[in-house]
Design a protein. Structure first.
Length: 219
C-alpha cells in the first residue's frame, strides 16, 4: 500500500517523459558494449562524470577484455583507483573479462542470464547493457528510478527487485527502456532526493507525492 494515495496514471507519465526528455540516454560514455559494461561497474558508488573522466585513458591502455584479463590485480587497482572501492572493482573487471574470453569468445553476452553470471555484474548492470546496447526491453532500477517511482505511487517498495517487478506490471514492455532512462533524468533534474522541485514538475498535478514531506512554513 502507499498510504491510501492513488497512483499517477501511467499513460500521462509516459507522455510527459517523452515530451520532456526525448533525448534521454545513459550518461556514461562508451563506444561498444564492453566499454559500457566496464563503465557501469566503475560507476557503482561513483558519479558518472568521474567515470567519464577516467575511461578515455583506461580504454586506451586496456581496449578490450584480453588486455584487462592480462593485467595484474595491482595494476588494475591503480588504473581504477579514482572511482573508489578500487580493489573490488579491479577484481570484478579482471574476472568478467576472463569470463567473456573463456565463455563467450571475447564478446559481451546478450542475455540477462549470461550477463548476470559474469563476476561483479548484477541485474541493474545487465539491464543497462540490454537496453542501451542490444535493444532488449529492460528496467534498470537505480536510486533515481526507485525514488521517483515510489513518489508517483507506482511501487510501495524500496527494494530494487520488487520495484522492477511493480514497474514491469504497469509499464508496457516495449516502453520499459525509454521509461527508466527518462525517469532517471527526471529524478536527477527535478524530483531530486532531498528537496524535490515540485513547483517546477510537469507531473505535479498527477503525483500523489508518496513519502514527500511537506515543507514547513518559514517562521
Amino acid at each position: 500500500m502507499t498510504g491510501g494515495k492513488a497512483k499517477a496514471p501511467v499513460p500521462e507519465i509516459l507522455s510527459f517523459l517523452a515530451r520532456t526528455y526525448p533525448d534521454a540516454r545513459v550518461l556514461l560514455d562508451f563506444r561498444n558494449p564492453f566499454e559500457l559494461l566496464v563503465a557501469t561497474v566503475l560507476a557503482a558508488q561513483c558519479t558518472d562524470a568521474r567515470v567519464n573522466r577516467l575511461t578515455p585513458s583506461l580504454f586506451r591502455a586496456y581496449p578490450g577484455p584480453a588486455e584487462i584479463a592480462a593485467a595484474s590485480q595491482a595494476e588494475m587497482e591503480e588504473a581504477v583507483r579514482p572511482t573508489g572501492f578500487y580493489r573490488n572493482k579491479a577484481k570484478a573487471l579482471r574476472g568478467l573479462s576472463e569470463a567473456i574470453l573463456k565463455r563467450h569468445g571475447g564478446r559481451v553476452p546478450r542475455t540477462m542470464e549470461e550477463l548476470t553470471a559474469l563476476p561483479g555484474v548484477g541485474r541493474k548492470t545487465a539491464s543497462i547493457l540490454l537496453g542501451s546496447c542490444f535493444g532488449v526491453p529492460a528496467l534498470p532500477v537505480d536510486t533515481h528510478v526507485g525514488r521517483v517511482s515510489f513518489r508517483l505511487g507506482l511501487t510501495a517498495s524500496k527494494d530494487p527487485a520488487r520495484i522492477e517487478e511493480d514497474l514491469a506490471s504497469r509499464i508496457p514492455r516495449e516502453r520499459w527502456w525509454e521509461f527508466t532512462t527518462r525517469l532517471g533524468w527526471h529524478g536527477r533534474r527535478v524530483c531530486v532526493a532531498r528537496t524535490p522541485r515540485c513547483g517546477e514538475c510537469g507531473l505535479a498535478c498527477l503525483c500523489p507525492k508518496c513519502g514527500v514531506a511537506a515543507r514547513r512554513p518559514s517562521p
